[in-house]
Ligand binder design. Sequence first.
Ligand SMILES: [Ca+2]
Ligand SMILES: [Ca+2]
Length: 482
Amino acid sequence: MRVVAILMLLLVSTAGAITDADYSITKSKKSAAEISGMGYHGTHSARISVYPGGSSKSVPISISPTRIEALDTLKLWLHPASNRGSIELEFGLDGDSDEKSSTTDPDDASILISLASWSDGRWADTGGNSNGWREFDASESRADIKSRDSQKSRKDVSWSEAQDILRGMDVVRVYIRLKGATKYEGVSCYVDYVRIAGEVISFEPLERDSIKKAKQSSVSPGSTITYTITYGNNLEVPADIVIREFYDQRTLFLEAYPPPDPGTNNVWTIRGLRPGEHGQITVKVKTLRGSCTAGFDGSVSGVGYASVYRRLSTEREAYYVTNSVRIDGGGINRSASATTKVRSQAGFVFEFAEHGSGSYESSDDMDYSTTSIVFQSESLANRSPVTLNLSTRAIDYNSTWGLRWSCENQKLTSYMREIYYGDFINLSGTGIMRSTRYTFESRGSVEGMADLRYMTGGSEVGTRLYGSFRLGSKGVLQKKSR
Ligand SMILES: [Ca+2]
Ligand SMILES: [Ca+2]
């Protein structure tokens, strides 16, 4: 027998982040965009630099396609850092629904806006009288439209004119582009708190983490799953944030850092979270093992017809647990979830059956827990015809005694089965099953037939005996040591 193990890869289901706008900050020899420790909103921003010899550097932002006529917010904060330069915005519009904006496709178009310029780190439009952080609104600036379609191309239009001309087209990409005034001196500036199409980008290190993330994609039953929850404040004023966890019923809350609100195990209230500030909560839960213990014992004696059947199994099917979180406050009202597979657990299946007619004495004792089964039985059976007198009629029995016991250990791919048939059976048996080892012993005498089979690791031995015999069988099935 060949055992084929099927490995299933399950991706951790990740939910959205505090911002779903996707931006990329990259460095090259002549320019760079990087997260800096100087922020307007929160403690970080994007620092964009063009080095001497370079000409421009863009931070591209992808958004989900948004109709140009519906796009009424594009605001950002800028802070000139050095020398002379300007910020240009480019909107990439898609007119043929391929979610791409191409400069060579007449169906597509782009809008260019010269948003701000400075000299020696001071704002040019104030005559050099002001510097520092300042908010700019693209919809208040003049725009040029570029397209291979001459019907769309325009120079120096207002935002609302551009919206009219390009009505029905989708904005899919926005570039924040820094241009140096000369090729020789280099230039740099900071960008923070970009608001576009309902998304906020604050260039904070945690804003792109999933709101809810499970550390493990799969675990074994009874082990721990660690979740990380990321929250933030997307507003410009301090905010109270409430985070609520919804635990899967098959998980048990263990601990969290920071600890939940007093008297709860699933609510965190973060008071006065500063604008742009983000934080994380780590939550540990335990998956249920489905623990179970049981004991059976019984004895029967007398003359008549008997039939006994016992089956016990410790195997477990795989299942999935999903924990969800909801974040309210700070302009972020979102829920997210993470799903983890709890792997199946190989176990053992034990069966015991006995039936026949005549005189019969039997006792068995079975103890069962999630990790072991201990079974002991004694049977003395003598075949004879019996009549069962029921109130309406009598039934005659004259059946051979049959006794069967088997144990399959799925983890060891081992199996034992002993079947006895006959007119006389006097047997005692013991089996102790644990996950890595199974020992069994049976002894006694039989008039009839015995069919004994043992299989482990793909090889099987079997014996069949007929007649009147005494027997003693004893075995250990265990994992091969390598
Ligand atoms: Ca297109
Ligand atoms: Ca920021």
